[in-house]
Write a protein that binds this ligand. Structure first.
Ligand code: SAH
Length: 242
């Protein structure tokens, strides 16, 4: 009996963590499926490629461990350094507004956790993403690499300047709120390309899609949103404007 108990506990010790891990992956898959159906499809996102990508990317691996079980809920979550990962619906909405094509080269400003970049990477050829907070940039770079998102390149820097080395881009997505589109970003966008960004206006933020036509950005306002503000050079430029 004693021997049996001994082997029983050894068995539990070896296999339980593994079983728990496999079970939780199944559990998160169910949560992901529910998230897509109830928060995204139900609110009118129809692009099947976007829905597929949202079903695939393991959002729970992009949030701090303490928030894993909440990661598929209908709200943003803290990712450290006072920043947040956007609500799943907003990620899906911004992704579908970009109308991603397999041949696209996309620039993202505001890497954060790397989640938005991971979703995009399944839909386009290459993703270039810039993050101003060093720790977030380094963590996201490591995470994306470990999870196998090899068509994403991360840079620590100020997104205001864009990423001249890899320009021009077919699409640009900005995931921090800003008062206007900085000139370098407009210049690094291809003619006919799109920028999706939360724009600060009259004390609110609107989610806008800009299309570059004859070197001008034509704006279409889509929705009201709430994002963390852009930091860095834009704050100085803004002050200089006033
Ligand atoms: N897309 C992210 C969430 C973005 S939160 C995700 O999927 O997790 C907004 C991010 O923009 C924050 O991490 C913030 O540090 C970053 N940010 C703010 N100003 C920036 C700037 N000038 N250049 C690059 N990143 C910036």
């Amino acid at each position: 009996m004693k021997k049996f108990l001994k082997y029983f506990f050894i068995f539990l010790f070896i296999f339980c963590p593994k079983m728990k891990k496999e079970n939780s992956e199944e559990y998160y898959k169910i949560l992901r499926e529910r998230m897509v159906k109830e928060q995204i499809e139900r609110r009118g996102i129809k692009d099947q490629r976007v829905l597929k990508a949202m079903r695939e990317v393991k959002r729970h691996l992009f949030v701090p461990e303490a928030y894993r079980d909440e990661s598929y809920n209908d709200y943003p979550l803290p990712i450290g350094e006072g920043q947040t990962i956007s609500q799943p619906f907003i990620v899906a909405l911004m992704t579908s507004l970009l109308e991603p094509k397999e041949s696209d080269k996309v620039l993202e400003i505001g890497t954060g956790s790397g989640y938005q970049a991971a979703v995009l990477s399944l839909l386009v050829k290459e993703v270039y993403t810039i993050e101003i907070i060093e720790k977030l940039a380094k963590d996201a770079e490591k995470r994306l690499k470990e999870l196998g998102y090899h068509n994403v390149k991360v840079k620590w820097g100020d997104g205001f300047e864009g990423w001249e080395e890899y320009a021009p881009f077919d699409k640009i997505i900005i995931t921090c709120a800003l008062p206007y589109i900085p000139k370098p970003l407009k210049e690094q966008l291809k003619e006919g390309g799109k920028i999706c960004a939360p724009i600060e206006r009259d004390g609110f933020q609107v989610l806008s899609v800009f299309t570059k036509k004859n070197n001008e950005l034509i704006e279409k306002v889509c929705d009201y949103v709430r994002f963390v503000p852009m930091r860095g050079r834009i704050e100085i430029e803004e002050k200089e404007d006033k």
